[in-house]
Design a protein around this ligand. Structure first.
Ligand code: BGC
Length: 818
């Protein structure tokens, strides 16, 4: 802590101090002009820097691979490089801090936000988070690791209490945060929306003060998730420095009164203020007085990095020789994701990408259009496609669309996410109405579906007739972070080539937690049997068929969990029909997690490509053609069926929650630890992935000279590329406690290394283990313990391909400092 910060804190009035503990608006903390203190600006993350403004639209940004894709790279150097590149992006948006990384753990396969998080395993998540933060903060931009803690589902997330025992918290859910504090020295932490064992995390003293600050030595800032703090003295006393967003709700004047009444002490206030000033000094905002200006920097080096990372994230799950593509035969490009680039998930992580390369575009660039043919086959959207075109928006300063509009604007799509300054500031964002009007000209005549969903009330009229009514029929659903209704759909017959008039009426309504006004309206023509038949014909006439299926950011999104892990729409049917028509069928899956695959036995190859960012199609084409080696490995087990997943239960209290509580009953046995325990094999194992070359591990050496003293063990292994192509693999080291006095997982990942080798090359690598690699958290002793007894180390190339093993022994129990 510097003298300057102490001096500034000394000089501040009570009002000035309090002003630093709440946002000014959605994305900033106010300046203190009297003392020359600049404004601190934050921006979402994690797969880019969206900048100020709304979640939709905004200044263009680079779109990087999402969290689960980075998880699949298992490459800490690459993730550090991405962290550094993201710092450039944050700077281009005039911000100082990125609201990232997201490190909640993949507990349930249905969590809507798994795409944004790295893995089901705490060590993999922790190491990648550290790399990301080191990369980012190395360039002077603050990280805000989130959401601390227990936010593993989006269902009722702003009120739900995650019931998690301390051992499970310590061994699984807190690890990425602990690593981020201890190893990466993160400058920011965001508390989660949920309660943890009954108390909101934003006012959880044990979490924010005892564990985070006292045990781990954290000296950064804790901010609330947006609208996720609900009290004044409680949050400040528990350790929440910053209430977000602004303007203040529970602070400002209320906090001044709490200090005057003694409910918050001067000393506590000073601690919070000093933490804020320290952060401002670290990120440079203390002296940043530049006017706010955002830039869209589409840099070639970011394009190249995103393409490389996207390819490295792809996991080859099956290959009977169909890949890489060989020869010059014809290729049928099929499926709903073929010509639509699925580059990211939904929610606050979304941004306005510089561009989006679809798989079709990527294949055309790599192979030329002459060899390709195309058929969509079916759709996979959750909502009707958003109406686009020139739309007039009339704003009314009342909720009845009454009188004259106070502001008129144009927009080019029938969706809005109104926050902050709306209609030039002429309406109150929580109390206004709007009429949006334009036209829709169908390509094909037929019965169209008209859909609308809204946080607020909305109606859609086509040619003057009410078709979709989310106004009188509004009921709470799973859109807009649970502030919106589910999509309301009506149908109407439309004529090809005719400009049909579309009018959408919107009005704000009371909200539950998040003060949102938002809607989306779309029109679509359902694809029927003929579309599948057409695709089959295209597949039959080609040498190879590639089917691009999966989900999109409407499904894999913040604010709602998945209803199941079935591929949406008729995609299973489409894949089965194509595989039946062409034995050389390759499936490219783009999802934020596993799906059930009834067709897996009948396809020639399967590649999971996630949401790889703006270069999606190029990255996928690189892997398909063999320009890049598939070296991604699963960061999450892919079960045969949803009910195999540990969080799946008949008991709603285990998932998705009952009466406001979700019980983490499986404890430390999540992911592969669960499948090991119950003996049910997943369809594809954690850590698994194929390549176009082959690898072997040999010559395991274990140096445990220091084990008895301080728990350190050095594990050496030789990795060889035994194939004919250059490539990369992930060496994985798992530890088992053979003589544990408490139930422990059969094995736990404790170290890993991504190794790039030329054809025929071998390399010796060392995987270091520390005492914690052997420890469990003793509930009664409330300490990490390495018990006396024997431990098995297993090394290999996935969680089930572990050909090398060795044992180490301890004679005495070691109690580790927290
Ligand atoms: C999300 C956070 C995000 C914040 C600001 C919240 O809804 O949970 O991850 O940073 O909004 O957009």
């Amino acid at each position: 802590m510097t003298d300057r910060i102490e001096q500034l804190a000394d000089q501040m009035t009570l009002e000035e101090k309090v002003s630093l503990l709440s946002g000014e608006d959605f994305w900033s903390v106010p300046a203190v002009p009297r003392l020359g203190i600049g404004k601190l600006r934050v921006t979402d993350g994690p797969n880019g820097a969206r900048g100020g403004g709304s979640l939709i639209g905004g200044v263009k940004s680079a779109s990087f691979p999402v969290g689960i894709a980075l998880g699949a790279t298992w490459n800490v150097e690459l993730v550090e490089e991405i962290g550094a590149a993201l710092a450039d992006e944050v700077k281009s948006k005039n911000a100082h801090m990125l609201l990232a990384p997201t490190v909640n753990i993949h507990r349930s396969v249905t969590n809507g936000r798994n795409f944004e998080c790295y893995a089901e395993d705490p060590i993999l998540s922790g190491e990648l988070a550290v790399a990301y933060i080191v990369g980012l903060q190395g360039q002077g931009i603050g990280a805000t690791i989130k959401h601390f803690a227990g936010n593993e589902s989006e269902i009722e997330r702003t009120t739900m209490s995650s019931q998690v025992d301390e051992r499970t918290l310590r061994e699984v859910y807190l690890i990425p945060f602990e690593w981020a504090v201890k190893k990466a020295k993160t400058w920011g932490v965001m508390s989660s929306y949920n309660r943890l064992n009954g108390t909101f995390t934003s006012e959880h003293n044990w979490l924010l003060t005892d564990v985070l600050r006292r045990e781990w030595g954290y000296d950064g800032v804790v901010m609330s998730d947006w609208f996720g703090s609900h009290s004044t003295a409680e949050t400040v006393n528990a350790g929440l420095d910053l209430e977000m967003p602004g303007p203040p709700r529970d602070r400002g004047q209320k906090l001044i009164e709490a200090i005057q009444s003694g409910a918050v002490s001067e000393a506590t206030l000073r601690q919070r203020v000093v933490a804020m000033l320290r952060l401002m000094q670290r990120v440079g905002s203390l002296d940043d007085h530049r006017p706010f200006a955002e830039a869209a920097n589409d840099r070639p080096e970011h394009r190249a990095l995103i393409r490389r990372a996207g390819a490295e994230a792809a996991v080859l799950l099956k290959n009977n020789g169909a890949l890489p593509l060989r020869g010059d035969g014809s290729i049928a490009v099929i499926g709903p994701n073929a010509k639509i680039a699925q580059i990211m998930g939904g929610g606050s992580a979304q941004l306005n990408a510089h561009y989006r390369v679809s798989p079709w575009d990527g294949l055309v660039a790599a192979l030329g259009e002459d060899r390709l043919s195309y058929a969509p086959g079916c759709t996979n959207h959750r909502f009707e496609p958003v109406l686009r075109g020139s739309l007039k928006v009339e704003y009314f300063a009342n909720e009845q669309l009454a009188g004259e509009p106070v502001h008129v604007a144009m927009q080019d799509e029938a969706q809005a996410f109104w926050i902050g300054h709306v209609a030039d500031g002429k309406v109150d964002v929580q109390h206004f109405s709007a009429r949006i009007s334009g036209t829709f000209t169908p390509e094909t005549s037929g019965e169209h579906r008209v859909g609308v969903y809204s946080a607020g009330f909305a109606k859609v009229y086509v040619d003057g007739k009410l078709i979709a009514d989310a106004w009188t029929q509004w009921t709470k659903g799973r859109t807009f972070f649970e502030e919106g209704c589910d999509e309301v759909v009506g149908t109407v017959g439309l004529e090809a080539g005719r400009a049909h008039e579309v009018v959408i009426e919107f009005a704000t309504k009371d909200f539950a937690t998040l003060g949102l006004a938002a809607f989306a309206a779309g029109i679509g023509l359902p694809l029927g049997n003929q579309a599948i038949a057409d695709a089959v014909l295209v597949a039959r006439n080609a040498d190879t068929a590639i089917v691009f299926v999966g989900r999109n950011g409407e499904w894999d999104t913040e604010g709602s969990d998945l209803p199941s892990i079935q591929l949406p729409g008729r995609q299973n049917e489409l894949i089965a029909a194509i595989a039946n028509a062409n034995p050389n069928t390759i499936v490219v899956l783009q999802t934020g997690g596993p799906v059930e695959m009834p067709w897996i036995g009948s396809v020639a190859a399967l590649l999971e490509a996630w949401y790889p960012g703006q270069e999606a199609g190029n990255a996928i084409a690189d892997v398909l053609t063999g320009a890049a080696e598939p070296s991604g490995r699963l960061p999450q087990s892919f079960p045969v069926k949803w009910s195999d997943n540990p969080a799946h239960s008949q008991d709603r209290e285990v998932y998705p929650g009952l009466d406001g509580k979700v019980r983490y009953e499986e404890g430390v046995f999540i992911g592969y630890r669960h499948y090991d325990k119950v003996g049910t094999a997943p369809l594809f194992h954690f850590g698994f992935g194929l390549g176009y070359t082959s690898f072997a591990v040999s010559d395991l050496t274990v140096d445990d000279a220091e084990f008895e003293a301080d728990g350190q063990v050095m594990v050496g292994v030789t990795v060889s590329n035994t194939g004919a192509r250059d490539g990369a693999t992930v060496v994985q080291l798992y530890v088992s406690d053979d003589t544990a006095s408490v139930p422990r997982p059969a094995k736990e990942l404790k170290a890993f290394s991504k190794v790039q080798l030329k054809a025929g090359e071998s390399r010796q690598i060392t995987l270091p283990l520390d005492a914690r690699s052997f420890a469990f958290y003793g509930e009664k002793s409330r300490h990490w313990l390495v018990e006396d007894g024997s431990f098995t180390l297993q090394v290999g190339l996935s969680s089930v391909d572990l050909p090398l093993s060795a044992q180490v022994h301890r004679q005495t129990t070691l109690m580790l400092p927290v």
